[in-house]
Design a protein around this ligand. Structure first.
Ligand code: NAD
Ligand code: TDX
Length: 334
């Protein structure tokens, strides 16, 4: 299989590239990534020598580049490229609309012109909004709360419209919160781990009782692989591992595993529009495609904590760069 991956230098994309190169000795991957603040070629150091992997620096919104690239006859496109952080979308929504909506539309146009046989849109549970009780199915209405999730919901609708109108073989996946190696330390788990390692306060928004359903990144990658191989065009698949917990419970677990005091927890002003709870019913992908998560939450979290302990150079370099300005903007005002 010849794959075009977009956003493969980010957190989930880089884990996916590594996973596919290891699992499928005859698959080839081209990775198109703009290398925004979140893109990092260090994430792929161990695969860049592979003859089956190729990196191209560029924007998914660049029509000419995408057109040129798609002349190379790919079997499938997997679109990971996005602005992905809710807090940044609250500071400035524009790049979210440009990449997440307009960029996706450029890829869909390319898929239409070149008859791409599979187009996987990597979406998120956040498009459904918050749910107090029960779980969202693929038929639940979309109620996004942040500019980020609104932009992802818009892209989902565009994808479905391109399927209906032009017959593009689009599949949408909506996954819950990922964690694992190479996650940018603006996201909650790596931020909490790295701050705790440095004995810095861990900012917990509001009362800390918001609930997220956590999935180890490789289980998400396996689900995407199943979707690529067996998913039905025009369908949406929820991907969740059923590890729901409050942010506060999660921080307690992290502090315990690092042997750090609870006094590091610092309650800060809540995120505007903060969704209270995410919860997915992922029975469709489990029954239809035979996928289920295989990593235990506790083992995967311990593995992740160890990864950040053993890869300080990776996150310390990030945290000492432009990130410091961002951190000030988001946290020091709270
Ligand atoms: P990330 O922010 O770590 O990586 C995004 C990557 O996209 C970066 O490498 C960046 O350089 C690249 N990119 C951004 N704009 C681009 C553009 N215009 N053209 C080309 N490349 C561009 O994000 P992530 O956490 O790895 O998420 C990947 C995808 O998965 C996103 O679409 C996100 O919405 C979705 N998702 C994430 C999670 C999660 O918990 N992180 C959960 C569900 C879905
Ligand atoms: O400093 C923090 N303190 C805090 O309490 C941060 C960064 C977050 N939080 C809370 C907000 C959320 O309730 O932790 C929870 C998780 O926050 P994030 O890591 O920012 O994730 P979330 O907003 O849930 O969105 C993530 O999951 C779905 C990804 O960033 C999205 O890309 C994905 O679509």
């Amino acid at each position: 299989m010849k794959l075009l991956i977009t956003g493969g230098a980010g957190f989930i994309g880089s884990n996916f590239v590594r996973y596919i190169i290891q699992q499928h000795p005859d698959w080839e991957i081209t990775n198109l990534d703009k290398l925004t603040y979140a893109g990092n070629l260090e994430n792929l150091k161990d695969v860049e020598q592979s003859l089956r992997y190729r990196f191209i620096k560029g924007d998914i919104g660049d029509r000419e580049l995408v057109d040129q690239l798609l002349q190379q006859k790919f079997d499938a496109i997997i679109n990971f490229a996005a602005e992905s952080h809710v807090d940044r979308s609250i500071l400035d929504a524009s790049p979210f609309l440009e990449t997440n909506i307009c960029g996706t539309q450029v890829l869909l146009e390319g898929a239409k012109k070149y008859g791409i046989k599979r187009f996987i849109q990597v979406s998120t549970d956040e498009v459904y909004g918050s749910i107090e009780l029960g779980s969202f199915t693929e038929l639940s209405p979309l109620h996004p709360s942040s500019p980020y999730s609104a932009s992802k919901a818009a892209a989902d609708l565009l994808c479905l419209a391109y399927h209906k109108t032009y017959g593009i073989a689009v599949i949408i996946t909506r996954c819950s919160n990922n964690f694992g190696p190479y996650q940018f330390p603006e996201k909650f788990i790596p931020l909490a781990i790295t701050n705790a390692i440095e004995d810095k306060p861990i900012p917990v928004y509001g009362d800390g009782l918001n609930v997220r359903d956590w999935i180890f990144v490789l289980d998400h990658c396996r689900a995407l692989e199943a979707t690529l191989e067996k998913g039905r065009a025009g369908e949406v698949y929820n991907i969740g591992a059923g590890n729901e917990m409050t942010n506060l419970a999660l921080v307690h677990t992290l502090l315990k595993s690092l042997d750090k005091p609870e006094s590091l927890i610092q309650f800060v002003t809540d995120r505007p529009g903060h969704d209270r709870r995410y919860s997915l019913d992922s029975s469709k992908i489990r029954t239809e495609l035979g996928w289920k998560p295989i990593y235990s939450f506790n083992d995967a979290l311990a593995f992740t904590v160890n990864w950040y302990l053993s890869n300080r150079h990776w996150w310390q370099r990030i945290k000492s760069g432009d990130y410091a300005k961002y951190y000030e903007q988001v946290y020091l005002k709270r």
